[in-house]
Design a binder for this molecule. Structure first.
Ligand code: SUD
Ligand code: ADP
Length: 304
């Protein structure tokens, strides 16, 4: 088999352009209203085999420290789909050696593990010829961010992430991602949010059907916020330094944290200005060893 024949899928970083917390369920999960989009930055999953059992190996710049055990979201997704599709297709679901190239920082607010789980589901569904509609219920059980990562297209995300609605068509804006190398625990940030007073009453965010320019997009996003940014900052003060550094770069239209952090993003007029900004930031902060990525969106249009 040549490299190009090897079944593989990319798992793109999810960015929450805004994230409002609107309520809390009886089980403690928070209800969200968020605009999720995807960056060009991605992990990669490859299938080799068939094999006797499902197995996983991990490499790539962020592979160290991530266990390739049964708790890894790649293996959890593979086994969950194998169990479901095996019943539906009379057991015609062979196992594979799965490989994860981990390019995205872990526990960083860009849903890398969720994207990996969703990419594994898409890849195996293709291999086993399973209907894509069986993926969604499995995705929901794997994590709140996994459903939106199935299509990895811009979506307005509500409920705890299972209600997906069309997002505005995005402009060809530039995106800069910066992570200071400090992992942030999602449950702890939600706890800090609840402890600091919790939900703010506010009108539902208005979003147009399309943004014609990065400037228009940033102007609307400036009327929104990420409710988890202040609680994450209280746990991880370096996030404030990251936001100030992004905000001071030439042509930056908006600097904000994604998800529960600590990755922050900057919006720029186009991908080239974001790449130039990343070069400046990397020169200024070379000794800090921050992870940066610059480019454009993975897809600019919703699938729904
Ligand atoms: C905050 C968000 C925004 O997109 O992104 P990340 O920071 O993870 O990228 C997500 O809602 C995160 O989704 P995900 O990372 O899949 O979370 P899960 O594993 O399902 O939940 C981890 C824990 O966070 C808390 N949690 C999570 C989601 C939610 N809507 N309310 C919560 O209170 C719960 O304590 C839960 O046990
Ligand atoms: N393939 C995976 N990639 C990243 N994290 C994973 C993976 N499998 C399991 N995890 C676990 O999932 C948790 C959340 O990771 P991640 O999705 O990177 O966070 P976030 O959504 O905040 O970016 C971490 O505790 C990590 O150990």
């Amino acid at each position: 088999m040549t490299f190009s024949d090897t079944p593989q899928a990319t798992a793109h970083a999810k960015i929450n352009l805004f994230l409002h917390i609107t309520g809390r369920r009886d089980d403690g999960y928070h209800l969200l209203d968020s605009l999720a989009v995807f960056a060009g930055a991605a992990d990669r999953i490859t299938l080799e085999g068939p094999a006797d059992t499902m197995s996983l190996t991990i490499d790539g710049p962020f592979g160290r420290g991530l266990e390739a055990d049964s708790q890894n979201l790649v293996l959890r997704a593979a086994r969950a789909l194998q169990a479901k599709a095996g019943t539906a297709f009379n057991g015609l679901t062979e196992s594979f050696r799965l490989k994860l190239e981990k390019n995205l920082p872990v526990s960083s607010g860009i849903g890398g593990g969720s994207a990996d789980a969703a990419a594994t589901l898409r890849l195996l569904a293709r291999e086993w010829d399973a209907d894509q509609t069986i993926l969604f219920p499995i995705a929901e059980k794997l994590g709140a961010d996994v459903p939106v990562c199935i299509a990895q297209r811009p979506a307005r995300m509500q409920g705890i992430g299972e209600i997906l609605a069309p997002a505005p068509i995005l402009p060809d804006a530039g995106l800069l991602l910066v992570n200071p190398g400090v992992g942030v625990s999602t449950p702890e940030v939600f706890q800090a949010f609840a402890a600091s007073g919790g939900i703010t009453e506010r009108p539902e965010a208005f979003l147009p059907t399309r943004w014609n320019s990065a400037q228009d997009m940033a102007a609307d996003l400036n009327t929104t916020t990420n409710d988890l940014q202040a609680p994450a900052l209280s746990q991880c003060p370096v996030i404030g330094t990251v936001l100030a550094s992004i905000g001071s770069l030439p042509d930056c239209l908006l600097a904000r944290m994604s998800g529960s952090g600590a990755t922050c993003f900057g919006i720029f007029p186009d991908p080239d200005t974001a790449i130039t900004a990343a070069r400046i930031l990397n020169e200024q902060n070379a000794r800090l060893g921050w992870w940066t990525w610059a480019g454009g969106f993975h897809h600019t249009g919703s699938s729904t």
